[in-house]
Design a protein around this ligand. Structure first.
Ligand code: NAP
Length: 355
């Protein structure tokens, strides 16, 4: 019987028991395989027995479980993370949208009940943080308000997590969460401090070209830990973010100017209650957009930028000085003109009187 020459010596097995079982329908050989292998068929091998042997061993059957596709499938699965988002408000949900689209398994926990919003995003929502931690996520991501992060972190039952879980934060200030993590997390946990420098408004259409700042504060050497951190960063890289590795200290120095200043100017302008007019200039449109972009974030976020970035106080002082100096310049000019006019008119009246 020629058949035996075409058979593989080993029975087919899935390489990883955690992969789903392969359906027997997909294992059915193509008719050509039987024809060539059987060479006309003597009838010595019963038809059922022949099919059963071919089902698992035929070499030339191009099956969806061949080595290459299994390997790429495995690689794809290994690149996926189980991410627990703590703080499922505005920004937490915004991030979840993209994480879910990239195929990561998502869990969430928040002070408020976001079960419905989570369901619509394909996220498992846990009212109880203990239940979430018992799911042993690869990554715990804090997307809580800056002001509440300390209390939230202290309330998490981290003893229920795996011993080398990766903690990530996305707070808009960086030295504060870094110090908090170093102070409260066991030394075996990895720490990645990040700041996606965009939000639901500015990153609505795409994240391409938008800055993503990160600091690998503590990533252990043990097997797979650097890789896990990289897989998390890859989420943002795949979206085309401009990846910027920067220390938390440098971030806060820069962010005070970039972010706190932007938000402060936006909020000052909001107090003027600016209205759109039929003769808006491009510059004025920019101001209106600035108000909209900054005031759509919570006041708590803005307050956090002020309270937890030591450079913000100095920036407010500089803003005051700059405004005063500008006013002095304007009023100085005005006084000069008025004084000149005053002296001119006094002089002319004197001249008139003398004549
Ligand atoms: P936020 O007002 O700064 O934070 C809202 C989140 O904090 C919600 O999940 C809320 O939980 C939680 N929270 C507030 N007070 C809490 C408390 N006392 N106890 C427990 N949880 C509390 O608004 P956000 O825009 O969603 O920002 C979240 C984080 O992302 C902030 O740290 C912010 O700096 C950072 N970030 C935001 C942006 C942005 O554009 N929005 C961009 C980059 C980074 P509940 O909703 O369950 O009450």
């Amino acid at each position: 019987m020629l058949l035996s020459g075409l058979l593989l010596p080993l029975p087919l097995q899935t390489p990883n028991p955690s992969l789903p079982p392969i359906s027997t329908a997909s294992l059915r050989p193509r008719a050509s395989t039987i024809r060539r292998a059987g060479g006309g068929g003597s009838g010595a091998v019963p038809r059922l027995a022949l099919r059963r042997r071919l089902e698992v061993r035929a070499l030339d059957a191009a099956q969806p479980f061949d080595h290459e596709s299994r390997a790429s499938d495995l690689l794809e699965r290994r690149s996926k993370l189980k991410i627990a988002i703590i703080g499922f408000g505005n920004f937490g949900q915004f991030l979840a949208h993209t994480f879910a689209r990239q195929g990561h398994a998502l869990l969430a926990h928040s002070r408020s009940d976001y079960s419905d919003a989570a369901r619509s995003l394909g996220v498992s929502f846990f009212r109880d943080a203990h239940d979430l931690c018992e799911e042993h996520p690869d990554v715990v991501l804090l997307a809580t308000s800056i002001l509440s992060t300390g209390a939230v972190l202290r309330s998490l039952p981290i003893q229920r997590l795996r011993r080398n879980t990766l903690f990530v934060d996305v707070l808009s200030v960086k030295e504060f969460p870094k110090n908090l993590f170093l102070q409260l997390l066991p030394p075996g946990f990895d720490i990645l401090c990040t700041h996606p420098m965009f939000g639901p408004e500015s990153g609505k259409a795409s994240w391409a070209g938008l800055p993503f700042v990160y600091d690998k504060v503590r990533i252990g050497d043990a097997n797979g830990r650097a890789d896990r951190c990289q897989r998390f960063l890859d989420i943002f890289e795949r979206e085309g973010c401009r990846m910027v590795e920067m220390s938390c200290t440098d971030h806060d120095e820069n962010a005070a100017e970039i972010q706190f200043l932007t938000h402060t100017v936006g909020r000052i302008l909001a107090k003027l209650d600016l209205k759109s007019t039929p003769i808006n200039t491009k510059g004025y449109e920019t101001l209106l957009n600035l108000v909209e972009n900054t005031c759509s974030d919570s006041f708590e976020l803005y307050n956090g930028l002020f309270m937890y970035n030591k450079n913000s106080t100095e920036l407010l002082d500089r803003l005051d000085v700059a405004f005063d100096s500008l006013k002095k310049e304007l009023f100085g000019n005005l006084h000069d003109i008025l004084r000149k006019q005053l002296f001119k008119s006094t002089q002319s009246s004197l001249e008139r009187a003398n004549n």
